[in-house]
Design a protein around this ligand. Structure first.
Ligand SMILES: [Mg+2]
Ligand SMILES: [Zn+2]
Length: 269
């Protein structure tokens, strides 16, 4: 295990499109979705849409089949496998839902590369209907962050991860994302961490306008090929620095030992 934790957003980061839009569009429910969107939070619209699709006779298998056809850049899966093989701790942090994400990651054969999926609950109920619920139940309490949608503050989740990492002695985070919801967590990253915003996407615009608010190094990327290049380079650099730190400790010890063993220098008066 290296001391590097890589946190991936899901929509338009791991996969090339937005999974909610993909399912709604592919199952022909775009008009209703657009009608509902101004009336309630996105996450609540999705739960309502799943109910609607169920009433229209769409099955869980229909949704799964759409998810398995999700467009993804051909370099993303090999990159995730490579980062995992290098010993990085990979996690998902997404405002999609657990059902979509697990279905897609299992289909791609990379579910086991991730130690954690932080997202909105998504499950099949006893009527074989997909339910999508908020990560933070905003009917009960507000997460209090004005940057984020009511159902999920990714910044709060990153802070929880950071508190755990501090206990485990893991040191550095690389965060990849594209959306406005990825801006709040980017503000929580420290000076040793790296933020990888997708170029010309909302989080990149927000970072460009507020560059001074970020402590982390910023490395932009454009597509799956670029993601592979930038991410593996950063991991390589961080691992080299870890090695150097270990070697430095070894050097110090060696010096102490050498000092004791070697003959004392001869002082000529
Ligand atoms: Mg996204
Ligand atoms: Zn937030």
């Amino acid at each position: 295990m290296s001391g590097i934790v890589v946190i991936f957003d899901f929509d338009k980061t791991i996969i090339d499109i937005d999974s909610d839009n993909w399912v709604v569009d592919e199952l022909g429910a775009t008009d209703l979705f657009n009608q509902l969107l101004p009336t309630m939070p996105w996450n609540s619209v999705m739960d309502k849409m799943m109910n609607e699709l169920h009433l229209q006779g769409r099955s869980i298998e229909d949704i799964e089949n759409v998810l398995k056809r999700t467009p993804i850049h051909p370099r993303v899966v090999p990159t995730i496998k490579a980062a995992y093989a290098l010993g990085c701790d990979l996690r998902v942090l997404s405002d999609a839902n657990l059902f979509y994400i697990e279905t897609i990651l299992k289909h791609l054969g990379i579910r086991e590369c991730f130690s954690e999926i932080n997202t909105n609950p998504g499950f099949v109920d006893d009527k074989r209907k997909l339910r999508i619920l908020p990560y933070h139940d905003f009917h009960v309490f507000s997460h209090g962050c004005t940057l984020c949608p009511p159902n999920m503050c990714k910044g709060k989740i990153v802070e929880r991860i950071q508190a755990e990492l501090a206990k485990e002695g893991k040191k550095r985070i690389i965060y990849l994302g594209d959306g406005a919801g990825d801006f709040c967590p980017s503000l929580k990253l420290g000076g040793n961490d790296c933020m990888m915003p997708r170029k010309d996407f909302p989080v990149w615009d927000l970072i460009c306008k507020n560059r001074k608010l970020l402590k982390a190094e910023v490395h932009e990327w454009t597509d799956g090929e670029d993601l592979e290049r930038v991410l593996l380079q950063l991991i390589g650099k961080m691992m080299l620095m870890e090695d150097e730190n270990t070697n430095q400790m070894f050097d110090c010890k060696f010096e102490t030992i050498a000092h004791e063993v070697l003959p004392k220098p001869l002082y000529v008066p």
